[in-house]
Design a binder for this molecule. Structure first.
Ligand SMILES: [Zn+2]
Length: 302
């Protein structure tokens, strides 16, 4: 309620000219409208990340090679400017308006007619709606902005893992640092110490499970991308919600995995895109956290 508090002071300056009524910002759906519109534009940027981050993934040699790769991945997102993958024609701003341009262009490149997959407007719409939902449910607070950035990272990670079975450092590493930094903000539900411990804990638990599976069953069940995503989830959620995300994701993963075996579309050796399950579970916990957490605490109290 901090935003409301500094408007309360206005009534004390009775002799002065009435200033602008700042509460108007709270009473009209300005924040929600901005969240949707900016969410659509950032959703368009999420498409660029989904398309470009997996492309440049030949790891550099050496112990610090990952830093070079991280820089290369981050640079690939901003340069070169958006262009058609076939005819290389740069996409002008009016052909790059989220959803609208896809409809106006009838899902084709203006220059060469290459079809634009429906995934592009779908990701934009979904991303815009996720930001709108956060704005409506959690209101205009600093934490809501952090949650929006988190949801963007989750969406990019879960789509890339589904398509390419990898989770780029360019999202997980800056994401973890961002979530740790956000734990210092006022209104954060997770204090910095817990954020650090849950990030380290998530990473180490995943690394341990991966080692266990490699030793016992000779299977690479969890890649290092999954360990880093667990660190991001821990840093953002703290330990209790991290455990809840892991519980939901592994239950869903087991159901889908066993379903695939029953349908003979996979076997016990096939690798599930666990990052996709983690991403979906994290969104579920972000939106329905209190409700789920109540049920989850009930499980352990009996
Ligand atoms: Zn083209």
């Amino acid at each position: 309620m901090a935003l409301l508090d500094w408007t309360a002071g206005a009534t004390q300056d009775a002799g002065r000219m009435p200033g602008p009524d700042w509460t108007l910002f709270l009473r009209t759906p300005v924040f929600e409208v901005y969240a949707l519109l900016v969410g659509l534009i950032v959703g368009s940027f999420a498409n660029v990340c989904i398309h470009r981050l997996p492309a440049d993934f030949e790891p550099s040699p050496g112990r610090l090679g990952f830093l070079r790769d991280l820089w290369r991945q981050l640079a690939s997102v901003v340069h070169p400017p958006s262009h058609c993958p076939r005819c290389r024609t740069p996409i002008r701003w009016f052909d790059n308006v989220p959803i609208v341009s896809w409809i106006v262009l009838r899902a084709r490149c203006r220059a060469c007619g290459l079809p634009i997959p429906a995934r592009y407007p779908a990701v934009e719409a979904l991303h815009g709606l996720l930001w709108l939902a956060l704005a409506v449910l959690h209101g205009p607070r600093p934490r809501t902005i952090v949650e929006m950035a988190f949801v963007t990272a989750l969406l990019v990670l879960l789509v890339i893992d589904l398509e390419h079975q990898l989770l780029p450092d360019a999202i997980t590493l800056p994401g973890t640092l961002g979530a740790l930094a956000a734990s210092f903000l006022p209104g954060s539900p997770v204090v910095p110490l817990e954020s650090f411990l849950a990030a380290a804990g998530g990473y180490l638990v995943f690394a341990f499970v991966a080692w266990l599976w490699r030793t016992l069953r000779k299977i690479d069940a969890l890649g290092e991308g999954d360990w880093k995503m667990a660190a991001l989830l821990g840093a953002f959620f703290g330990w209790e919600r991290l455990l809840l995300v892991l519980l939901v994701a592994s239950t869903a993963g087991a159901v889908v995995g066993i379903g695939a075996i029953v349908a003979r579309r996979g076997d016990w050796q096939s690798r599930l895109p666990f990052g996709t399950f983690l991403g979906l579970a994290a969104m579920l916990v972000l939106f329905g956290g209190e409700l789920l957490l109540g049920a989850y605490r009930g499980l352990f109290r009996g």
